[in-house]
Design a protein around this ligand. Structure first.
Ligand SMILES: [Ca+2]
Length: 232
């Protein structure tokens, strides 16, 4: 799926993508990163894992404008986020059973997610999907919780990413080991499209990220301009 994305064109209780991990095993540590775009103003499921008896074993559930809820084994953390974060997002969630700590990263900004379900694990038998919130194992969808928009660069690890790892994942330099976007194994159900990601013509062969930081300070009688340009 390198250079491609999933498009969920409309609100349904059917459209979803089933993701097949490379290995199935109980997870005591997990990280998930993805990019998404939506203009939904209601809450929606972004990434849903159900296990037998636990429909919200791992769920990323934004509630615009300023909440992103994370579920681990049915327990919920409502994380308050910058309202400007929604729309285009690159998002990572990490969870570590040893401490129970949840961390959320949106567009490079860190939001502590508190402590959830310390000492538990996410069961090996997992139904992992995009586009719908599961209320049963692999089903129980509700159109009013469905995703409408674009999702790409979905990766999942059986470890907790460090801030440096998060940066690499956002840049496309770190690939998942359980779900690997560039060699994604998936199954589309219902109305979901696969399309090329739109990129600038000059950036057709690789992803290019440009961050421009400019600070301007004006002292009476003189002025100085400092600019930092980071190009990858
Ligand atoms: Ca659910």
């Amino acid at each position: 799926m390198d250079g491609k994305m999933f498009i969920f064109p409309k609100e349904t209780n059917t459209a979803h993508v089933i993701l097949k991990p490379t290995v199935t095993k109980p997870l005591q540590k997990v990280s998930v990163c993805l990019n998404s775009y939506t203009d939904l103003s209601r809450r929606y499921s972004l990434f849903s894992i159900a296990t037998p008896g636990k429909d919200n074993a791992f769920l990323i559930y934004p509630e615009p404008p300023n909440i992103c809820s994370i579920y681990i084994n049915q327990a919920i953390s409502n994380i308050r986020i910058d309202p400007g974060s929604l729309g285009w997002m690159n998002l990572c969630v990490t969870w570590d059973s040893n401490t129970g700590e949840v961390h959320l990263w949106i567009n490079g900004r860190h939001y502590p997610g508190g402590v959830l379900m310390k000492g538990t694990s996410i069961a090996a038998e997992a139904s992992i999907l995009l586009g719908q919130d599961q209320d049963t194992f692999g089903g129980g969808f509700d159109a009013s919780q469905s995703f409408v928009g674009e999702i790409s660069d979905v990766n999942m690890w059986d470890k907790v990413l460090t801030p440096e790892d998060i940066q690499k994942a956002i840049s496309g330099d770190l690939h998942g080991n359980l779900i690997i976007w560039k060699s994604l194994v998936y199954e589309i159900k219902g109305d979901v499209l696969v399309q090329e990601k739109l990129q600038l013509p000059s950036a057709s062969s690789s992803n290019v990220y440009i961050r421009l930081i400019v600070t301007i300070s004006i002292i009476p009688g003189s002025s100085s301009v400092t600019g930092i340009i980071m190009v990858r």
